[in-house]
Design a binder for this molecule. Structure first.
Ligand code: GAL
Length: 831
């Protein structure tokens, strides 16, 4: 991460350049600034799309980040495996901007945090860079072709290929873009590496590697000064050194300093320090570079597991893909923060960025929120998983992509492991170990302070072909019943569940009796959480197997959030997919999440929360609207972290059940568990209750005292839409969003669990509807629209303020037969 405040030049653009107000970027200074606003976009092939002469006035005007595919429509013409959305084909972005005369003699860089994908960048018609991998950031040097005091045109071509991903990748310039004018002597992009080799209560030793560049024609006689400040902005350490750097040379210099009584980066108190490095030539500051870091110690041992600052921490992790549901892949910091908050509420302390380098925003947030991270480079090496995948670029780009990931991310205290790949097919190749060895070597050359890992879905093959021997820590995807044996056979290995469970479900949907089967026609999977593909298994089994293997570090369940694409179990291989898996349209998003695409919790969220969170909780399922099933037995499940739970139905106690003692028989779906004998779960409490409308209530007790309670009522006729905003005050920065839940309720405010009313949303004030959703994997109502049918009673509308917004947003919800309701969201100035 870099943030600059340099060359405090207030540069006014020339009169000539200012005449085209719409098209001109008015640089107030030459420090690194966001380069996101006032771009033009056109989808489709454009001949000479980079040409300065091209008339692009009719193109769509927009601000970045942008994902062109999320606008839809959902269609069977697009691969359901990738979200059934139009992400492939050419798309062009252009932007005109004026460079002040005073920038002459400096080097101009534009940094893209990520472009999806096959990006080519042109300045004034000349190509200055390209990058096939959509998940990696890159910088282009505009200097040779830049015109000073005049208008310049930057053009970016993206060309995502059809059938190039196993999930929804998004499309376009979907992460932030920055521009900076640097002096010829400067610190390189991602050019600091901060380590804390020794930490005691009294003192932390800090080393800072600084990559200097001298692009000038003279020897650089430099002073490099670094000051470290704490979160309050107080100076806690500093150092200064002199260095000579020859013309046209790049050189790394290392500084050391100490922080007295350091405040550690912990999960509870993720303290961050800032190092500000000044590069001086004489008295003149030629570069200023800030780096954020944490003081923390990580350790992995067979006996001690994962230790953070000397204390063992079980990894309670989730795998996350990069999309943000209705907002698609265009990075929005608040959307990511909300995702992580929801995961933390479930008790999560670790994230695996499956299966690619994440956005910088995600890692910044993990640093700030105290989550640890496995940063993953690749889903594929040379052997393809899809028709047009990254394997095509692998030979040429893998080293650079891996190095760039590590350099970008190495200062994040949240990152604890580097993953070189997920379920790499080279597991099955007897020479696969050589490739693993190459990637580990590249990783180690960049950073030895964190271990390497990989997610192996066939540990037997990964052992046989030597890949498992190459990485420091063995990630096992699925097959938890193998943990014990692997640990026994390899007592020196450190293992963990890099991907677990893959249970599938639809929020609020239940089938009776409870069986491990799914209904092909409804496109919904029962939320009793026993269904999944052949390699899946209920969370219960993972909890038990980890308890049997205390040396294992923990797990990363698949997945925290539902994501676009991969609508397993609805899909298969057919002629149209050349033997690769495809989803059954109209389903287009996953069922794996503990929360749906909108972030609404499914029952499984509470099954994990009961094991992972200490905050007293109890949950009950299913809903209690079983019209037509009066008198029939309905299986009721409760999840809790308390000692016992009492079920009360219509005021009458059905007795208490004790967690860990009263076991619930469940059937499994896993292909290795063919036994007809039910599995006895310690994690679910179960009663079978004849249905009568009314109230079911669960009361949780610990030490005989009530610690939590939940009530579910039979709802009457739908009456109105209850609107609940997650935040009613937004920053007026043009980015901030409020997530407004629309619940259909009866006249007494009881939630209507089974209804599907279509709701029209109208917005007034300084804002727009940024997305709508309902979490139904089979709904093809556009996610960028102004209406949505509720799915099992709920929908979501995301509102976003305009830049400098003042007039509060008023959102109104209307639906046939329901009373109209509205809600307000106000603004405060951007920070
Ligand atoms: C794994 C894979 C994931 C996802 C998951 C679904 O094998 O690594 O990307 O496909 O299966 O269960």
């Amino acid at each position: 991460m870099r943030k600059y405040k340099l060359f405090g030049l207030a540069v006014l653009c020339t009169t000539m350049a200012c005449t085209k107000q719409q098209k001109v970027e008015d640089f107030q200074s030459l420090e690194e600034t966001r380069f996101n606003d006032n771009w033009k976009f056109s989808k489709g092939e454009i001949k000479d799309g980079m040409s300065v002469e091209l008339n692009d006035e009719q193109w769509r005007h927009l601000d970045l980040p942008h994902d062109w595919a999320i606008e839809g429509p959902f269609s069977n013409d697009y691969n359901a495996r990738c979200g059934a959305l139009p992400f492939h084909g050419e798309g062009w972005y252009r932007k005109d901007f004026t460079v002040p005369v005073k920038a002459e003699g400096k080097q101009a860089f534009v940094r893209f945090e990520g472009v999806m994908n096959n990006a080519e960048v042109f300045i004034n018609g000349e190509k200055v860079g390209d990058r096939p991998y959509g998940y990696i950031g890159f910088e282009v040097d505009l200097t040779p072709y830049l015109k000073y005091g005049q208008e310049n045109t930057i053009a970016v071509k993206c060309d995502p290929e059809d059938l190039s991903s196993r999930w929804y990748p998004g499309a376009g310039i979907y992460r932030d873009v920055w521009i900076e004018f640097k002096n010829p002597v400067h610190i390189a992009m991602d050019g600091t590496f901060i380590k804390t080799p020794s930490i005691t209560k009294e003192k932390a030793e800090v080393t800072i590697d600084i990559d200097l560049v001298n692009a000038s024609t003279k020897l650089g006689d430099l002073t490099v000064e670094t000051v470290v400040t704490n979160l309050k902005g107080e100076k806690v350490g500093s150092t200064s050194s002199s260095i000579k750097i020859k013309k046209q040379e790049e050189k790394t210099t290392t500084q050391t300093l100490a922080i007295q009584n350091p405040e550690l980066w912990t999960m509870e108190n993720p303290h961050l320090y800032t190092a500000t490095t000044l590069v001086k030539q004489g008295d003149k500051v030629v570069d200023k570079y800030t780096s954020t870091f944490g003081v923390r110690d990580i350790e992995f041992t067979v006996k001690g597991g994962f230790k953070l600052n000397g204390e063992r921490v079980e990894l309670k992790g989730v795998c996350l893909h990069h999309d943000q549901g209705p907002l698609g892949s265009a990075v929005n910091r608040r959307a990511k923060e909300r995702q992580l908050q929801i995961m933390k509420d479930m008790g999560v302390n670790a994230i695996r960025t499956s299966h690619n380098p994440p956005s910088e925003a995600l890692l910044d947030l993990c640093d700030e929120m105290g989550l640890v991270v496995i940063d993953e480079a690749f889903d594929v090496w040379r052997m393809p998983k899809v028709e047009n995948g990254y394997n095509k670029e692998y030979d040429e780009w893998s080293e650079r992509d891996l190095v760039d990931m590590i350099r970008r991310d190495r200062n994040h205290p949240s990152i604890i492991m580097w993953s070189i790949g997920n379920e790499i097919l080279e597991q099955y190749d007897k020479k696969g170990y050589l490739e693993a060895r190459r990637l580990v070597k590249i990783t180690k050359a960049e950073d030895t302070s964190r271990p390497t890992t990989a997610g192996f879905n066939n540990i037997v093959a990964a052992i046989k072909h030597g890949l498992a021997d190459e990485v420091d820590i063995i990630g096992m995807n699925y097959f938890p019943m193998r943990y014990e044996q692997v640990q026994k056979d390899h007592p020196n290995w450190i293992i963990y569940g890099s991907e677990t469970s893959s249970c599938t479900s639809s929020r609020g949907y239940y089938e009776h009796p409870v069986t491990p089967t799914y209904d092909r026609a409804s496109h919904q999977v029962t939320s009793y959480d026993l269904v999944g593909p052949g390699w899946a298994y209920p969370p219960d089994l993972e909890f038990d197997m980890l308890a049997n293997t205390p040396s294992a570090l923990g797990q990363f369940m698949w997945t925290g959030f539902d994501y676009l694409g991969e609508p397993t179990p609805y899909g298969g291989k057919d002629n149209s997919t050349n033997g690769y898996w495809n989803g059954d349209f109209p389903v287009h998003s996953s069922y794996f999440g503990t929360v749906d695409l909108c972030g609404f919790p499914k029952d499984r969220f509470y099954l994990y929360q009961a094991e992972w969170s200490d905050k007293p909780m109890v949950h009950v399922l299913p809903h209690w609207n079983w019209e037509g099933k009066e008198g029939q037995n309905i299986p009721v499940y409760a999840y809790t972290n308390a000692e016992e739970v009492e079920l009360i139905v219509n005021g009458k106690s059905m007795g208490k059940k004790v967690k860990g003692k009263d076991l619930t028989p469940i059937k499994m779906t896993h292909r290795d568990w063919k036994s007809e004998k039910p599995y006895m779960s310690k994690y679910r409490l179960n009663w079978d209750i004849p249905y009568t409308p009314g109230t079911i209530e669960v009361v949780a007790y610990t030490d005989g005292k009530e610690v939590a309670r939940k009530v579910v009522k039979t709802a009457g006729k739908p009456h109105h839409v209850e609107l609940i905003a997650d935040r009613s005050l937004l920053a007026s920065d043009g980015k901030d969003v409020s997530y407004i839940t629309a619940n259909v309720v009866d006249k007494n405010g009881n939630f209507c669990y089974t209804v599907s009313n279509d709701i029209q949303f109208q917005i007034e004030g300084d804002g727009k509807i940024a997305g709508v959703g309902n979490g139904d994997a089979s709904s093809i109502t556009p996610l960028q629209g102004n209406h949505m049918e509720v799915f099992n009673g709920k929908a979501l509308v995301i509102v976003q303020g305009t830049k400098n917004a003042k007039t509060p947003i008023k959102l109104t919800a209307k639906a046939n037969g329901l009373e109209t309701t509205s809600i307000e969201v106000s603004f405060q100035p951007a920070l």
